[in-house]
Design a protein around this ligand. Structure first.
Ligand SMILES: Cc1cc2nc3c(=O)[nH]c(=O)nc-3n(C[C@H](O)[C@H](O)[C@H](O)COP(=O)(O)OP(=O)(O)OC[C@H]3O[C@@H](n4cnc5c(N)ncnc54)[C@H](O)[C@@H]3O)c2cc1C
Length: 379
């Protein structure tokens, strides 16, 4: 019979949430000496995604922020709304830098072990604690923190996208401004926009993004991306130096997740903001919250989305899903009538009730109020 090593914690899945939890555990003077096992099917992910988020001041990962902007722009038809983001900055981190930064940091600790294997089973009720098994091995721990099984998530709406990083020979971009949403692209009976983040005056991430029930074929994203490049940068030579593709669930429904000593984190742990697909900062909040609870020996609760803001998310998703109002109209109105800082606070779940009312006043009450009542009574 194989021996099962015992750890304090097992981190199942070393993506954004797994690495974030590891980082915050190791930063904590009380928990940094715990015996931790990290298991992932693939530690060679490369630069599989780019994370952007807003932050007021310097953050924990400032040293790996590769670009920041203090202005954002939203475009719909003739409206070109450019907004200063102060006191926030919109920041970008490359996935590869994040994975490397934390694995380098973890090298300073001899209480961390790594296993590269596909997890086959997790048992939250094992008599020895939570148990994780993979082909040829297994281990037990007081707690397992899992971010695997994301593919099991069901969602009526998805934020899905393909992005290309383009590099021109001559300067073409205004690198001082992040184009958050350019709605002047094919809407495909959905909410669709181009997301354009200039990393320099010659290089940018250009991402065709949609909120809709079904994912497109790769060729469909490509067609819109090349038409956009042709329309905006006609006759100029560029090279595609990187691509990223993804789909993020947009749902406020509780995930079908294990309970007991297996704690779900990241996407499967409900960290994604349902109405926007942003998760990076919520994952930081969630993993820091868990570290705080572990330290105080409290019961573990990974929930990060507060009830009031979750209700707003559910209302917006209902409106988009049931096509009560066009998504481009909704976002254009919000950005036209509010400061970026108020919108960022609202989307971070940190706005005051007064600020919430300001945002809501940008939207038509006859559409939003009946849906809010319906959603409230359904919950
Ligand atoms: C391309 C892309 C871009 C994004 N950009 C942003 C952004 O700009 N801003 C933002 O806030 N959010 C963004 N998100 C959303 C969110 O931040 C990310 O999806 C984030 O990576 C979620 O973290 P996670 O740990 O839950 O999942 P992941 O990072 O996907 O990690 C899951 C890990 O589990 C491992 N795994 C899976 N199954 C097994 C198994 N059976 N056994 C062992 N290991 C397994 C995987 O190898 C992976 O390492 C983006 C998402 C994508 C896909």
């Amino acid at each position: 019979m194989q021996t099962e090593k015992k750890y304090d914690y097992i981190i199942a899945g070393a993506g954004c949430a797994g690495y974030s939890l590891l980082y915050h555990l190791l930063k904590d003077p009380v928990l940094s000496q715990k015996r931790i096992l990290v298991v992932d099917a693939n530690f060679e992910k490369g630069n599989d995604r780019t994370w952007c988020f807003w932050e007021d001041g310097l953050g924990a990962f400032e040293s790996i922020v590769c670009k920041k902007w203090d202005k954002i722009e939203v475009i719909k038809e003739a409206m070109h709304r450019s907004l200063p983001t102060a006191p926030f900055e919109y920041k970008m981190i490359q996935g590869i830098d994040f994975y490397q930064h934390i694995s380098e940091f973890a090298k300073g600790f001899d209480n961390i072990e790594w296993v590269a294997a596909k997890i086959l089973e997790m048992d939250a009720q094992s008599p020895k604690g939570a148990r994780v098994s993979w082909e040829g091995g297994a281990a037990v721990a007081e707690y397992v923190f899992s971010s695997i099984n994301g593919e099991r998530i069901q969602s009526a709406l998805w934020q899905h996208f393909k992005g290309i990083v383009v590099e021109f020979e001559t300067p073409v971009f205004d690198q001082s401004i992040a184009k958050l949403m350019d709605f002047n692209v094919p809407q495909m009976d959905a909410t669709a926009f181009m997301y354009l983040l200039p990393m320099s005056d010659k290089k940018a991430l250009v991402e065709y993004t949609l909120f809709s029930p079904s994912i497109l074929k790769v060729a469909q994203y490509d067609e819109v991306l090349s038409a956009y490049m042709e329309e905006h940068y006609k006759g100029l030579n560029y090279t595609i130096v990187h691509t990223e593709i993804g789909a993020i669930p947009m749902t406020t429904k509780k995930m079908d997740i294990p309970t007991g000593a297996v704690i779900s984190i990241g996407t499967i742990g409900g960290a994604v903001k349902a109405s926007t697909g942003y998760a990076f900062q919520f994952i930081q909040q969630q993993t820091q919250q868990l570290v705080g609870q572990l330290k105080l020996n409290q019961s573990l609760n990974p929930a990060v989305h507060h009830t009031r803001h979750q209700l707003y998310d559910a209302v917006l998703l209902h409106i988009l899903e049931h096509k009560k109002m066009r998504g481009d109209e909704i976002f254009a109105r919000i950005f036209k009538k509010n400061k970026a800082a108020t919108i960022f606070k609202f989307l971070s779940n940190t706005s005051t009730l007064f600020e919430d009312i300001q945002i809501m006043r940008s939207l038509p009450t006859p559409i939003f109020l009946p849906v809010a009542i319906q959603v409230l009574f359904r919950r």
